[in-house]
Design a protein around this ligand. Sequence first.
Ligand code: CMX
Length: 433
Amino acid sequence: MRLVFEKMESIIPQWRDRVKKLVKEHGDKVLSEVTVAQAYGGMRGVKGLVCDTSYLDPYEGIRFRGYTIPEVLKLLPKENEEAYPYPVGHWYLLLTGEVPTREIVDYLQGEFHKRQIVPKYIWDLIDSVPIDTHPMTQFSTAILALQRESIFAKEYEKGIKKTEYWKPFFDDSMNLLAKLPVIAAYIYRRIYKSYTPIEPSATLDWGANFAHMMGYESIEYKNLMRLYLILHSDHESGNVSAHTNHLVSSALSDIYYSVSAAMNGLAGPLHGLANQECLKWILGLMEKFGGVPTEEEIEKFAWDTLNSGKVIPGYGHAVLRKTDPRYSAQREFALKYLPDDPIFKTVSNVYKVVPGVLQKHGKAKNPWPNVDAHSGALQYHYGVVETSFYTVLFGVSRALGITAEVIWDRALGLSIERPKSVTTKQIEEFVSA
Ligand code: CMX
């Protein structure tokens, strides 16, 4: 019995009919127009993508399949009332739009355990890369090399029908997701813990197992990991990592190619690397003022950053226009488990000061913190002090969302992506006409 596969098989036909009808009856309706500023400005606000796994409202923040973060944390199955939900249950929610039963989560967990063995050539490959190569590069390289295992690539070679594409994408996604924490933890132990990998557990859930393989066994850290993996999973499909994944996959490149490419986008300082940059900024601030800084000291430090031409990492967002609810969920965790931690206190004080500074500065459209402004403080508290690893944690989580997105892209038969470009000369001629 293939519980999740069968569920997908049962819902895909209705979605296909729904989309086919929409396009047939309303295909010429205009969703969005593109201004000259948008063409040069990263297409901000242009509605030209479809994503059903999550939706980002500028003022409310993310909803996963219609559910807010507090609802997801309440509704998804968990070990006990105190625990945070199992991230594989969240994957099921993203895939199907339904809250899974405990039976489904146990089934998925079992599947992930069966598929978590990583071929030896991946370890050899990682070991051949200089140890000071950024962990994101090691991570993305390992994912790309796993492409050899792609079921879709083999099925395509044999001539699989277009309507069936999603099936090997589904299997490839399960295989890849099961292995990602094992690979990420290996890289962590290789770089920072003198090459001492820890074997995966055959019983722990995907989130707790990741914590275990990194070498962190406390219940609190395992819960933090589950929370982290849920929060960073999906942010609709226009962000750099999700969009890259969607774009690369639209050429029918398999999940290994597209997820590896997505990780390369996540590795940029304006996207996922901001969590590393943000904690470095907080630690620099604390070092400069010898501990938890005052509000005046933070203000000065923030202005120094801005005046030196840099951005304040962890603040601002391309879509959001309020405090990111993923920030708030992490803040709630900190208030519960580490209220007196000096780094958390600094993060809290920065929250009081930086939005005002950014408003006075007058450039950022959103002066509020995003997800990356908080995550490092929590990791640091539990001993994960290696800031350059933080984006890998983000990457493992993001894979949940983007694999779900791409399975649906293939199920709905979305086309190869190919927007049209124009030249600057053509724009000049157009505006002067
Ligand atoms: N500090 C200083 N300046 C900022 C700023 C910040 N935190 N956020 C935006 N700005 C500046 C921009 O650099 C831009 O300046 P220019 O006009 O000189 O180019 C101006 O304000 C307008 O930018 P915007 O429209 O408000 O923001 P964008 O949509 O262009 O960019 C983002 C969004 C996130 C890249 C930007 O806010 C930023 O660089 N933030 C800091 C990095 C960060 O936290 N990234 C993580 C985002 C979440 C994630 O993907 O993980």
